[in-house]
Design a protein around this ligand. Sequence first.
Ligand SMILES: Cc1cc2nc3c(=O)[nH]c(=O)nc-3n(C[C@H](O)[C@H](O)[C@H](O)COP(=O)(O)O)c2cc1C
Length: 381
Amino acid sequence: MALSFNYKYPSVEDLREKAKKRIPRFAFEYLDGGCNEDVNIIRNTSEIRDVQLEPRYLNNYKDSTIKTTLLGREYDAPFGIAPVGLQGLMWPNSPEILAKAAFKHNIPFILSTVSTSTIERASELTQGNAWFQLYNPVDSSIRKDIINRAAAAECPVLVLLCDVPTFGYRPRDFRNGLALPPKMSLENILQILSKPKWAFESLKHGQPNFENLKPYMPDGLNLTQLGKFMDQTFSGRLNPERIAPIRDQWKGKLVLKGVSSEADTQEAIRLGFDGVIVSNHGGRQLDAGESTIKPLTNIAAKYGDQIEVMMDSGLRSGPDIARSIASGAKFTFLGRSFMYGAAALGEKGGDHTISMLKVQLKQVLDQLCCEKVSDLPKHLI
Ligand SMILES: Cc1cc2nc3c(=O)[nH]c(=O)nc-3n(C[C@H](O)[C@H](O)[C@H](O)COP(=O)(O)O)c2cc1C
């Protein structure tokens, strides 16, 4: 098989290992870790991998395509780049690297409210194709302003996050005193000095900051102050009253991210969402929670004809994406995998990771003798 990517890194795990060597420990641990004892993050991937698929070798098979339609648009692959906060801390310029790669490959890129780039820049790099993930602002003037900015930037999809009623309990970040810009403790300085490429790129691109929030926030907050600012400015605790004005103001497609129950899916349909992302934030919020593949199956079976059901958390490969779609997801997202790619390979990281996942996924379809991704559920054992 001809490989359209760097064959030295043929898996997400290779990219993760390389990323670990290139970025300071406090930044790697922020990216890599789950919450509490990491039970949920481990369960996510291991339970996806319990899903098995059956090939039909004697099918009259012609060729497969991984192109997919989602929310009224055609994408070149059934996966996209999930929103990740503080991206530029993990690899300088990574939101730009990933947005450009997503545009080149015609897959969705979702910018987080707390990314280190702006809605306007993401839109420019993707010619108006970037999605925007909104943390629910408490202050109605900030809410209106951010939504107006997303509309002016022509974002086709607004993604509202519902799984952050609390700040995730992440022991590594507490120990590391994680802050943006990074706190210059002796320990952090030593970590930075041991990663010269990261340090050089950081100097080149300037200190990462919450660019989207600059109009609304004071400078130089540490983790505790940031928690306080986020608590005061945004409320991760959503309810129908808080969602209604967002639905009223936003005229484009609206997606609820972080759903892990049938009850919340039903409510999302009632409140006028166009899609849900079944997600547990990559195992970063509720260590005692289920893996996402578990609720996905019932949610997709019961509500898939009323709302577009997408899924993330724990996917690390083409076979994982195929397992998720076979289990009912119409589309999938990956968070850490793309950040490992950007941290490992810099400017080439987004392109590489997308190309690699496409090749892996197409190989699964060809092996199953499955011509299109929407037929994957027929191969579920
Ligand atoms: C470092 C990190 C930061 C994240 N920040 C956000 C965020 O700002 N907004 C959001 O909606 N989700 C955020 N997420 C969750 C991702 O969008 C996504 O749900 C998750 O990464 C999927 O799991 P995976 O990393 O196993 O693919 C973050 C995830 C990680 C790993």
